[in-house]
Design a protein around this ligand. Structure first.
Ligand code: GRG
Length: 298
């Protein structure tokens, strides 16, 4: 089996494992609250590349953490990610009708249910991370919850989303776009990369390496997202293409041009993998993921 095929198989296996874990963790009630639970399951199950859980699990594998534990943290970060997508698609934000190839949560259900489903997913993510099955040591669980809160909150993803909303009325330069994206997309990617180290009680030096990898990977991921918005096809993307230009938003592509943006993404992915040198072969999956991120089509 070639290295690429092996990696794709590993990605598919990890997506399947996180899907099973999510299915077991998501509530499935039958009272009057059933509708919000249905919406949570609708948006969380059966779609998405599951890159963030893969980062958690591949990182945790380097420290010999059991898959039972890392899958729970992978499922939790996927819940936070799914909440952000549900809320981002709302009419008050990006107002989109298509996500992961199917109608967005508020279109399938209604706005109020979509808001509640997002809220409940975010809350459940913390319940999962704080649960004793995630790690027997409460300090580890507390560290995970702390870092996940920082990544999701006003100094991370929510702050980045706020900057993105005001960006439409400003002429942002590359430095400002980089800061916005480091918060909006990079913060959750950073948490996903360091979570394995937290679970595995990595040294400060090892945590530093994981953060350096996350920094470059997150930016590469976002540049490719901008490229796909320009060059991608709605059917393949599973979400509406061409939205940035239609909204008149400055992106890495509008500021750098297609070729320089692509070059920059490749350079960052290579740099991300290079940071992992000290982990040798143990980091093979994380190195391959960096390559996957720049070659992805959706
Ligand atoms: C509403 C608090 C709040 C935040 C929204 C994440 C986000 C912030 C908005 C999503 C809009 C967007 C297209 C962001 C660019 C990067 C990104 C998060 C893309 C989607 O992630 P993928 O490609 O999606 O991992 P899948 O569907 O594969 O999980």
């Amino acid at each position: 089996m070639s290295a690429t095929t092996e990696f794709e198989a590993a990605l598919a296996r990890s997506a399947e494992a996180v899907e099973d874990c999510l299915a077991g963790l998501l509530p499935d009630g039958d009272g009057h609250e059933e509708r919000v639970m249905e919406a949570m399951r609708y948006s969380s199950l059966g779609g998405g590349k599951r890159i963030r859980p893969f980062l958690v699990m591949a990182g945790a594998d380097m420290f010999n953490v059991s898959r039972e534990r890392s899958e729970r943290v992978g499922a939790a970060i996927e819940m936070v990610h799914t909440y952000s997508l549900i809320h981002d698609d709302l009419p008050a934000m990006d107002d989109d009708g298509l996500r992961r190839g199917q109608p967005t949560c508020h279109v399938k259900f209604d706005e109020a249910t979509a808001i509640l489903a997002g809220d409940a997913l975010l809350t459940l993510a913390f319940e999962v991370v704080a649960g004793p099955d995630t790690h027997p040591n409460p300090d580890v669980r507390c560290d995970l919850a702390l870092e996940m809160a920082k990544a999701a909150g006003a100094q991370g993803m929510v702050g980045g989303q706020m900057i993105d909303l005001v960006a439409e009325d400003h002429d942002f330069d590359v430095a400002e776009i980089t800061r916005l994206q480091r918060m909006k997309t990079g913060a959750l990617i950073n948490f996903s990369c360091i979570a394995g180290g937290i679970l595995g009680r990595a040294t400060d030096h090892q945590m530093h390496i994981l953060s350096a990898y996350a920094h470059d990977l997150g930016l590469a991921f976002q540049i490719v997202d901008d490229l796909l918005d320009v060059e991608g096809d709605t059917a393949v993307l599973g979400k509406t293409a061409g939205k940035d230009e239609a909204a008149g938003k400055a992106t890495f592509v509008s500021l750098l041009g297609i070729e320089r943006a692509r070059e920059q993404a490749r350079m960052l992915a290579g740099q991300a993998a290079a940071h992992l040198g000290p982990f040798d072969d143990k980091a093979a999956n994380l190195c391959q993921l960096a390559e996957f991120v720049v070659n992805r089509r959706n």
